[in-house]
Design a protein around this ligand. Structure first.
Ligand SMILES: Nc1nc2c(c(=O)[nH]1)N[C@H]1C(S)=C(S)[C@@H](COP(=O)(O)OP(=O)(O)OC[C@H]3O[C@@H](n4cnc5c(=O)[nH]c(N)nc54)[C@H](O)[C@@H]3O)O[C@H]1N2
Ligand SMILES: Nc1nc2c(c(=O)[nH]1)N[C@H]1C(S)=C(S)[C@@H](COP(=O)(O)OP(=O)(O)OC[C@H]3O[C@@H](n4cnc5c(=O)[nH]c(N)nc54)[C@H](O)[C@@H]3O)O[C@H]1N2
Ligand SMILES: [Mo]
Length: 746
């Protein structure tokens, strides 16, 4: 079968961006809002007085006047600002059993939630419940637990700093550090791995550094889809002649060429800007080998910064020994790249004085994700590429405020210093014992050790590996509370006693409290904190803001709480005053977020302050290159990816334009030579097998993907991954290296 004769599969020849992006924006607006004045909302996104884009965490140029929005930001906004509603009538018409048969796309596409709901088992319908009653039932459910550690408090990274701060306060006053959060599935390998290397678990660069760098490396991220505003930054760098070296198992158009919708001349001419100067199809899970190969070349050339290494680091000789002992044939076999290709990457790296290395989920979501991150840090440290202008490490964060949520206390492993300040600020005694991350929370729910779950956003049962295990875990609860904008499958998983859905305002919407309209704050992936203020009229009169919902949960759970919950939600400045008391880095918080552009939090490593006992940066050895850890479930390695029409578990549509997939998601991307070797052909219907687990009835599609590697869409492929399959150091699920085999579908 030729490529284009398969339904919904064609070659996509265009650049990223361009007219296709503008057309998609127009479609998104038509599909969700009708063409209305609300379209103006798009123009207020990431503007000085507007709201922060609910899409990705890529920073905005100074949050100043430049008008920057992107196709996927527009989709995120229109999805939230939709004219469609799921109101009590909707739930009267559709039973829970019927809704369960709907696709994830259909569930969310039905529209925004308008009223608080309770699941009524007798009728199998969700029915409206008054806010007061909802809070009272939840409060009673919480108080009925034998111990606060029987509750899990999940956070998805769209929550503002203010909402997240109140939320962690609520759970800690109640008595637990159980904070599973989306970061546990995302950049936990960064949060755990980088502090050991450079003293801080965040990126060290700012947007200005991209103007000064001499080379950029992009490893395991797909900005054309997931961080589209980054393409403007890469475009500017490419136009300055900066080499952009990519390592990714798949060819991604957003890393190859870009036609910028912000530049009329580029739009009106046939041209586009090339991005990657070199593109290496590293094997799925082969990054550590590749990075070690690059380091081996640097050592052979003696292209390392001896002064920096001597003055600022420890552990170099141990690392050198590890790398020198690793033979090239093993590096080639593990990485799927030739020695010559890896040496050319290293040579580009060595020729540049100032290098930025960007990475995403392709690095973190592996059984050795933490070690992968540390190999990146090693590579940068070898030539002093951290803590100087134009150089540094740049993890591409996930949700738009996942980094901020962490900063303001969403963590299951809090430090004593933080808890002491929190206690002082509020006159409470926080629990000292550590809590559950996402994997541990699901296990506790499955085993009956956890009985209550509160989700501040998100769709955890779909985001985690092994849906059947997750569904059972949620159904095993006594109390499930979902604070969401849209109804999703996790909402449908009824707990044994109470299942309560609390609809909240989205970030685009006006949030008016007792003292007037409120702003919230967020932190982007370059540690810039700034204000976000919604402008749109809320989709329903009955919605509460996230901070208000959390405050009322807290009051309902502990009616005699000494904390002034009501005062803080009346005026979010008061929440920020407390944030400032607890986190000294936020000094003058309320004044500084009123400055255009906000302010940057301290990132020690940006100034070569490495923290820690010895005050040094650390070279760290990765003891193994074995992503499979000796398991042998199949000869191929499958990775899971996002389509262009998707925001995590939210499926906007069924197209994946840049990869040439239209109207379907049931595809497995495969290498042509692998298919030939397996006796399979483009278009064959196949099942994917991982041990006992099967993803049946998929269609294989030939793609420029590394040999031995396959890719499938998340969340459909999550049934192939075991709950117990994660990075031992950080708990990040190994979503991006599943050993599988293929067989023809029956
Ligand atoms: N529009 C949109 N924006 C988003 C999101 C979204 O779903 N939609 N999600 C948000 C969130 S929460 C996150 S975490 C980020 C995710 O942003 P990304 O990290 O870009 O997300 P992914 O699509 O998971 O995969 C990234 C890339 O890794 C490559 N890859 C897969 N396996 C490997 C590997 O073993 N090695 C290497 N080197 N590369 C590999 C894939 O081919 C893919 O190009 O985006 C955020 N922004
Ligand atoms: N196989 C595989 N699995 C993965 C990944 C992968 O790459 N591969 N990636 C992982 C990653 S990086 C992440 S971050 C997780 C994502 O995990 P989550 O963050 O849990 O999932 P989302 O799909 O982002 O959550 C969508 C829901 O959030 C709610 N929502 C949207 N906006 C708001 C808001 O403003 N407020 C509130 N309260 N609710 C809102 C809506 O109801 C929507 O249904 O998935 C992980 N799962
Ligand atoms: Mo994420």
């Amino acid at each position: 079968m030729t490529k284009n004769s398969l339904e919904g599969v064609e070659d996509y020849d265009g650049p990223a961006g361009g007219w296709g992006a503008l057309k998609a924006v127009a479609q998104a607006v038509r599909g969700q809002m009708g063409v209305s004045s609300d379209t103006r909302a798009l123009l207020q996104m990431n503007q000085p007085d507007g709201f922060d884009c609910p899409g990705c965490a890529w920073p905005d140029p100074k949050h100043a006047s430049s008008f920057e929005f992107c196709e996927n930001g527009a989709k995120a906004v229109t999805w939230e600002a939709t004219a469609k509603r799921v109101d009590p009538d909707f739930f009267a018409r559709h039973s829970a059993a019927e809704l369960w048969t709907w696709s994830d796309h259909a569930l969310e596409d039905a529209g925004r939630l308008t009223h608080p709901l309770r699941y009524d088992a007798a009728s199998d319908h969700f029915v409206p419940i008054a806010w007061d009653d909802a809070f009272a039932r939840i409060g009673a459910g919480m108080r009925a637990l034998d111990h606060p550690d029987q509750a899990e408090f999940y956070t998805s990274g769209r929550a503002s700093n203010e909402a997240a701060f109140l939320y962690q306060l609520y759970a800690r006053e109640f008595g637990t550090n159980n904070f599973p959060d989306c970061s546990n599935m995302c950049h936990e390998a960064t949060s755990v791995g980088l502090p050991q290397s450079i003293g801080v678990g965040k990126g060290t660069v700012t947007l200005e550094d991209f103007d000064l760098c001499d080379a950029i490396f992009c490893i395991g991220h797909n900005p054309g889809t997931n961080h589209p505003r980054m393409l403007s930054t890469l475009r500017d760098a490419s136009r300055r002649g900066v080499p952009i070296v990519v390592a990714n198992p798949m060819r991604e158009r957003g890393l190859e060429r870009f036609k910028s919708p912000q530049h009329p001349t580029e739009m009106l001419t046939p041209g586009s800007t090339p991005l990657a100067s070199a593109y290496h199809l590293v094997k799925v899970g082969g990054d550590a080998a590749m990075l070690k190969g690059m380091m081996k070349r640097l050592l052979a050339l003696d292209a390392i910064d001896h002064d920096f290494i001597a003055a600022e680091t420890t552990g170099f000789e141990t690392l050198r020994a590890d790398i020198e002992a690793l033979p090239w044939d093993e590096i080639e076999r593990r990485s799927g790249l030739t020695r010559a290709a890896i040496e050319s990457m290293a040579d580009t790296y060595a020729a540049a004085d100032r290098v930025i290395l960007c990475y995403g989920m392709g690095i973190t979501q592996h059984r050795h994700g933490t070690e992968n991150v540390q190999q990146i840090a090693n590579l940068l440290l070898m030539r002093g590429n951290i803590g100087k202008p134009g150089a540094g490490i740049c993890p591409l964060r996930g949700h738009s405020n996942v980094q901020g949520d962490r900063t303001v206390g969403i963590t299951e492993i809090p430090t004593e210093a933080f808890l002491a300040r929190l206690d002082r600020s509020f006159g409470i005694t926080s629990p000292r014992h550590h809590g559950h991350n996402a994997v541990e929370a699901l296990a506790a729910m499955r085993d009956g050790a956890a009985k209550a779950f509160v989700g501040l956003g998100g769709n955890l049962a779909i985001a985690m590996p092994d849906p059947e295990a997750c569904f059972a875990a949620f159904r095993n609860l006594d109390l499930s509370v979902q604070i969401v904008t849209k109804f999703n499958r996790t909402c449908l998983l009824a707990a044994k006693r109470d299942t309560i859905i609390l609809p909240c305002l989205g970030r685009t919407e006006l949030d008016i409290q007792a003292t007037g309209p409120q702003s919230v704050t967020v932190e982007d992936s370059m540690s810039m904190v700034h204000a976000s203020r919604g402008k749109l009229k809320p989709v329903a009169a009955d919605l509460l803001s996230e901070p208000m919902i959390v405050a009322r949960l807290a009051r309902a759970t502990r009616p005699d709480s000494p904390i002034d919950w009501e005062g803080m939600v009346a005026d979010y400045d008061r929440i920020r005053d407390h944030i400032e008391q607890v986190f000294p880095d936020f000094a003058d918080f309320n004044a500084r977020i009123r400055q255009p552009g906000g302010f940057r939090l301290t990132v020690g490593a940006s100034d070569r302050d490495w923290g820690g006992k010895d005050g040094k940066a650390h070279f760290l050895v990765a003891p193994t290159l074995d992503e499979d850890d000796g398991r042998d479930d199949g000869p191929l390695t499958l990775t899971t990816i996002r389509s262009h029409d998707q925001y995590n578990t939210t499926i906007y549509g069924l197209d994946d334009r840049y990869r040439g997939i239209f109207g379907r998601r049931d595809v497995i991307f495969a290498n042509a030579e692998d298919l030939a070797a397996l006796g399979l052909a483009h278009g064959d219907r196949i099942d994917v097998i991982a041990g006992e687990r099967v993803l049946a009835g998929q269609t294989v599609v030939e793609h420029a993907i590394a040999r031995g590697s396959l890719a499938a869409y998340y969340p459909e492929a999550n049934c192939l991954i075991a709950l117990g399959d994660y990075d031992g150091e950080s708990g990040t699920p190994a979503y991006k290296s599943v050993a599988v085999s293929l067989r023809k579908a029956a």
